[in-house]
Every structure is written in structure tokens, then in C-alpha cells.
Write a protein that binds this ligand. Structure first.
Ligand code: 4AD
Ligand code: MG
Length: 430
């Protein structure tokens, strides 16, 4: 058995491939079978003069997405250097197609494709996206693993609302109320006190009530947390991390980026340090760019972030938002009353926030007040308050949503294609 990706090292040899028929063209004496096996796509040529009449007829009969085994000799394509094809000597259908394959090269609507996501994943563009996703996830892990972070997995069931109570998926936990986690952060804060530098990476859940191009109900988030790190250190960590991830994709996924027709000039420019602006400067940018109504105290949605990031040709970090707009756990800026020591990294080209994080409140009494102000159930947070009772410490961290990062790096208009099986407001299947 050989894979399509290995064909280059088998030129002139007879090989066996197993895969699926992706496409077919025929012209009298020839059938050109495009075969995919997960590692790539290659053209397999069936020449009437080379094979039995039965085999030639079989090649005529098989339809798109039949699984098959092919034997033949590998040749370099006459005109396309670096492209390899197989001259078919034998062909055997493994699994026939019992109905016409629903996805054809013609344009399909998004809902149709999403309903057939289990099959849509077989197509070239989706294949490229998921391979880039894999590379991003590997790069994320490599970055933290090579910087002495310890992986600490956070639970999925939790009694705590980390990111506000409006987007919680509630569930019954043996008679108790539980939620699907919105973020592993609170647990990473506990872990930072045990291990210093930690990260978690797993699925997180938000009952987002709105349909947008960047919200999923289930998404994967990586969350580092570091003891004795401040906001400045957090911003540096985020920019070095993101630069590393983008570099890795550029180094190893050129083919996929080409399939996606991604203009990589913006990606090539991603290099730490990133531009930094304050929330107040961001408001001024909005006012000067078609949003005269923008005022201090406004939160930013996707549209605002697009306008803010337009003026920068790389990612931009926006820091120190009004505390009122932010989660209960942020430390306050000691020199700017009412502002949080937080930061968001906005990706360029209109993508907006892909990372959010900052410095955490260290003071037991201020954290107790914040929990009360946000009307969070005090009982559920007693364990979290313990972290301030027993050797409280400055610490900071952030979260990056993998899907938003994939959407940006792949240049996709919507996060729905960045995860194999998306969960959205109106979508639980397949
Ligand atoms: O800004 P968020 O809500 O921050 C947190 O959850 C912090 N507890 C993270 C931390 O400091 N440890 O979410 C972080 C990132 C966002 O920047 C975005 O990339 C992604 O998670 N995200 C979503 N991605 C897809 N769909 C959604 N509904 C998302 N909500 C957040
Ligand atoms: Mg955020």
C-alpha cells in the first residue's frame, strides 16, 4: 500500500492505492479518475489499450465517491512538474455508491452543505481547512510545551459561570445545577499556584443567542495562565505565541493555503511586537472612521472591531477597557480608576478579537465585591476565593478561540467551516 502523498518516491514503480473516486473525465479510449485517499488527490489514467475490456467498463461504471483499490505504475505528469499520476493496470471497487452523491462541483447553498457536513468534509477546501486547523493546534501545544508550561486539563462540567450568566448551557448533575464550561480560566488560576506556568486546551461552550460570523455554541479554546505575570507580560506572551503559530502554518501548509486561495501577505507580516492601543484610543478611531456616535463605555462587536483594526496591517492589541464591560475577575488599573487590566488581540483584515485575557484580581475583598456586583452565587466561588486566601499572587493569562484563529489564517468569512462539526444556534446535526 502506498499513499498519494508518497507517490513522488515511487516513480516508475508499480503501487497499490486505496481511496475514493473524487471526480472522473472520460474521452473514448481514456478514463481520467481523480482519486483521493486523505493524503492527497492524484489522477489515475485508465487506457483502453492497457487493460481488459471488463476493467475499462468498470472504470466507466464507477461513480463519484466509490471506494476503490487501484494498482498501477507511477509517472511524473508530462507538463506539471511535481505532480504524479498512476497508469492503471488493475482496478477494484471496494464500496459502491448506492445513491447519487449529493455534493457535486456545482454551487450548493450553505445550509445544504452544512446538512451534509459529514460528506462535505471530503471536499478539497474543507480538507485544507481542517489540515490547517490541525497544524494550528499542534503549534499551540508545541509553543507552550517548549516554554515550560504544564498542561492541566480543566473540567467540562462546572458549577461556575466564568464569563457571565447570559451564555450558560445548564444541565442537571445528579440533581444539582451544573453548567458546561465557558472557559477553563478559573481552574487555570488554581493550577498556576501549583505549577507556575500552565495551559489548558479543550472544548468550551456558550449559549450564544445570536447568529454571527464568529460565534459558535461549542468551540475549542487554549488558555495559558502564568503566576507572577502582569498585563505587560501577558501581551508579550500573546504576541510571541500568535507569531509562532502563524509562522508554523506558513512553513508547513503552503499547499492548503493555495487551495484556499489565501493571500498570505498579511500573514507574512505578523511579527511580535504588535501595535498596542488603549480602549480610549480605540473609541477615538471609531469616532474618526464613520462612528461619530461611539462613546466611552460602549462595548465592541464584530463591526466595531473591524473598523478599529482596519488601520493596522498586523494584529493590534486593545487594552484597558472599562471594568464595567468586563468579567468579574479582572484586576483594576491602579493608575486609571474604573479601567480593567485586560487586553484583546484583534486580528487584521476585519477579523477582530481572537484572543482575550489580562491580569486577575489578587485582593480577596475586591474579588468578593466583584462577585456580589455581578450577582454571581457566592457559594460556587468559595474555592476560587481560597486562591486569594492562601498566598494570593499576581497572575495573568488569556484565551484564544481556535476557530477564530483558523478562520483568520485561512481567510474564511465564517467560523462554521473551521471546526469539523459546528454547533451553532440552529445547528446540532450532523
Ligand atoms: O474573551 P473570552 O470570553 O475570554 C475568556 O473566556 C477568558 N476566560 C479567557 C482567559 O483569559 N483564560 O473568550 C476568549 C476567546 C475569544 O477571544 C474568542 O477567540 C473565543 O475565545 N470565543 C469564541 N469563539 C467562537 N465562538 C464563541 N462563541 C466564542 N466566544 C469566545
Ligand atoms: Mg472577549
Amino acid at each position: 500500500m502506498t499513499t498519494i502523498a508518497q507517490l513522488a518516491s515511487h516513480v516508475g514503480e508499480r503501487v497499490t492505492l486505496r481511496g475514493w473516486l473524487y471526480n472522473k473525465r472520460s474521452s473514448g479510449k481514456l478514463h481520467f479518475l481523480e482519486v483521493r485517499d486523505g493524503t492527497g488527490i492524484c489522477q489515475c489514467v485508465v487506457f483502453k489499450g492497457d487493460v481488459s475490456p471488463e476493467l475499462f467498463a468498470e472504470a466507466d461504471r464507477i461513480s463519484q465517491e466509490t471506494s476503490l483499490e487501484i494498482e498501477g505504475v507511477v509517472k511524473e505528469h508530462g507538463k506539471l512538474k511535481g505532480t504524479y499520476e498512476v497508469q492503471v493496470a488493475s482496478l477494484h471497487a471496494i464500496g459502491p455508491v448506492s445513491r447519487e452523491y449529493p455534493i457535486s462541483p456545482k454551487e450548493h447553498g450553505t445550509d445544504f452543505l452544512m446538512d451534509h457536513r459529514h460528506l462535505w468534509l471530503r471536499s478539497k477546501r474543507q480538507h485544507a481547512v481542517i489540515r490547517v486547523r490541525h497544524t494550528i493546534i499542534k503549534a499551540v501545544r508545541d509553543f507552550f510545551d517548549s516554554h515550560d508550561f504544564t498542561l492541566v486539563d480543566a473540567p467540562i462540567f462546572t458549577p461556575n459561570a466564568c464569563e457571565g450568566t447570559s451564555t450558560l448551557f445548564e444541565t442537571d448533575y445528579h440533581g444539582d445545577q451544573a453548567f458546561l464550561t465557558q472557559s477553563g480560566q478559573l481552574y487555570m488560576e488554581a493550577a498556576a499556584a501549583a505549577f507556575g506556568s500552565v495551559y489548558c486546551f479543550g472544548p468550551t461552550f456558550r449559549a450564544e443567542k445570536s447568529k454571527t460570523r464568529r460565534h459558535l455554541a461549542e468551540f475549542w479554546m487554549v488558555e495559558p495562565e502564568v503566576a507572577f505575570m502582569d498585563l505587560e507580560g501577558d501581551m508579550r506572551l500573546a504576541e510571541n505565541f500568535l507569531t509562532f503559530v502563524v509562522r508554523r502554518v506558513l512553513e508547513t501548509r503552503q499547499e492548503e493555503l493555495k487551495v484556499l486561495e489565501r493571500d498570505i501577505t498579511f500573514l507574512e507580516r505578523v511579527k511580535a511586537p504588535f501595535a498596542r492601543i488603549t480602549y480610549h484610543e480605540a473609541i477615538a478611531i471609531l469616532q474618526a472612521n464613520g462612528h461619530p456616535e461611539a462613546k466611552i463605555g460602549d462595548d465592541f462587536g464584530g463591526d466595531e472591531e473591524t473598523v478599529i483594526s482596519k488601520g493596522f496591517d498586523g494584529p493590534v492589541i486593545v487594552h484597558r477597557y472599562p471594568s464595567d464591560l468586563k468579567a468579574f475577575y479582572f484586576a483594576q488599573d491602579p493608575t486609571n480608576v474604573g479601567l480593567a487590566l485586560n487586553m484583546d488581540v484583534l486580528a487584521p483584515e476585519g477579523y477582530g478579537e481572537i484572543i482575550g485575557g489580562g491580569e486577575r484580581e489578587q485582593s480577596l475583598s475586591r474579588l468578593e465585591e466583584a462577585i456580589a456586583e455581578h450577582k454571581l452565587p457566592r457559594d460556587a466561588f468559595e474555592w476560587y476565593l481560597d486562591l486569594r486566601r492562601y498566598g494570593t499572587f499576581p497572575h495573568a493569562g488569556f484565551g484564544m478561540g481556535i476557530e477564530r484563529c483558523v478562520a483568520w489564517i485561512c481567510g474564511l468569512p465564517h467560523v462554521r467551516e473551521t471546526i469539523p462539526f459546528p454547533r451553532m444556534l440552529n445547528r446540532l446535526a450532523p
